[in-house]
Design a protein around this ligand. Structure first.
Ligand code: AMP
Ligand code: MG
Length: 424
């Protein structure tokens, strides 16, 4: 595809001859508009289903809890016998344990010693906590102030038999795995794993184990990419280093597209290299080269190669990570079928130093977020900002994200922050 009038069916990905930068939000919109949901599913044991995406709705086969039971350790009784004032005295008629019910009904003036999770005995609907009674021999004294029906968990109050407990597209995190186990489901139908192939480009790159000649660098992007991909639970296909040679690149792309749903390359898309990669890619599929209004990470190639989705990431190690997190990861989650990926958390913190910024692009600052003794969130940039300084990405625990419209900020400004880590 060349610049000019788009043909029918073309992605709106035209090569930007225009040096104007594409806004980050528009790049993300175009990506989302063009990534397909992967087809195919498989059945896996519940124990292996963490972080997979449910392929079909799951209905609860039974109620949870299956029986009405006590929420506390105490004494089960009929709410009607609770005193409005003064005290009531009840005889302990027996004991109900979790997994061992009290058989038979209770009589008037009786209660049952009950443990958390034990089935409520017939004729009882209320539990008084053991801390709130006095026990004298076989008698329990209960003062006024309790509510009929208290401290009881009702059958089906967590999950009701027949209800859709998890919908297709649900992301199976620990709580979902526990829910499935609670209704006895041992296997689940999940979407197949996304296959992602990646390679690095550059004559200067050497793989681990090879000696370094002057001017050569070890291929670190392959390992950051592998790490970021593995944390998403995709199948990774490492295609190694590809020399800056059209024939090798063409072979690598063909192999990658045949093997994977998504192909990622790093390097070779910055000004200078871009024409070279572009020529090959334009012959191979529908391709857009964007200069995105973000820093770091400006150049990004995106398109379709056969059935595969292609992202050409920049070569600088920090830019690779930034573009991956901001543009690739959301696309992969969408392809994996995650119905409602939680929004990336955004905190607000007081920035310890002034930030110089040009309006008209999104800027990400690697930064360290701390909470001071008063509970106030503070953030400070890691220092030097070069996009080859990978250690700054390791030092950081968050990104300060200044939006398009923001200009420079003074020290003490409140800034939006994306933390690297969430709770779950
Ligand atoms: P490029 O985008 O190919 O011009 O590369 C930009 C910078 O990133 C150059 O300094 C490259 O040496 C460096 N670079 C590219 N790919 C890698 C890689 N896989 N590992 C480490 N550094 C890389
Ligand atoms: Mg290069």
């Amino acid at each position: 595809m060349s610049s000019g009038t788009p043909r029918p069916g073309d992605l709106d990905l035209c090569y930007q001859d225009d040096p104007e930068l594409l806004p980050a939000a528009e790049a993300m919109r175009r990506i989302h508009a063009h990534v397909p949901l992967i087809e195919g599913s498989e059945t896996v044991a519940l124990g292996d289903a963490l972080a997979r995406v449910l392929a079909q709705d799951v209905a609860a086969p039974l109620d949870v809890p299956g029986h009405t039971n006590s929420a506390v350790d105490g004494y089960a009784l009929a709410g009607a016998v609770l005193p409005r004032e003064g005290e009531a005295s009840l005889r302990i008629a027996g004991t109900a344990l979790a997994g061992k019910a009290h058989a038979g009904a209770i009589g008037a003036g009786e209660c049952v010693r009950i443990m958390t999770g034990a089935v409520m005995p017939a004729g009882t609907d209320t539990v008084v906590m053991q801390e709130h009674v006095s026990v004298i021999g076989e008698q329990v004294r209960i003062a006024a102030g309790h509510r009929a029906g208290q401290n009881v968990r009702h059958a089906g109050e967590d999950l009701r038999a027949g209800q859709i407990m998890l919908a297709a597209g649900a992301w199976l995190l620990p709580a979902a795995l526990g829910m499935l186990a609670s209704v006895g489901i041992a296997q689940v139908r999940v979407r197949r794993r996304l296959k992602v192939a990646f390679f690095s480009t550059g004559d200067e790159l050497r793989s681990l184990g090879e000696p370094l000649e002057p001017g050569q660098v070890y291929d670190s992007n392959r390992y950051t990419l592998r790490g970021m991909l593995m944390r998403l639970g995709v199948d990774v296909i490492d295609l190694g280093v590809v020399r800056d040679d059209p024939e090798r690149l063409r072979e690598a792309l063909d192999a990658a597209c045949a093997a994977a749903d998504v192909v990622l390359s790093s390097g070779g898309v910055s000004t200078g290299d871009a024409d070279y990669v572009k020529r090959i890619l334009e012959q191979r599929g529908q391709m857009g080269f964007w200069r995105i209004a973000v820093r770091p990470g400006r150049p990004l190639a995106f398109g379709r190669l056969g059935d595969a989705v292609f992202f050409g990431l920049p070569g600088n190690p920090v830019a690779v990570m930034m573009t991956f997190y901001q543009f690739v990861q959301p696309a992969l989650l969408a392809m994996m079928g995650q119905r409602a990926p939680p929004p990336v958390p955004l905190l607000h913190a007081e920035c310890a130093q002034a930030l110089r910024k040009k309006a008209g692009r999104v800027e990400y600052y690697r930064a360290i977020l701390t909470r001071d003794a008063d509970g106030v969130l503070r953030v400070r940039p890691t220092g030097r900002t070069g996009s080859g300084l990978l250690h700054t990405m390791n030092d950081a625990n968050c990104l300060i994200v200044l939006p398009d419209e923001s200009g420079s900020l003074e020290a003490g400004s409140i800034v939006p922050v994306q933390p690297f880590f969430g709770l779950v």
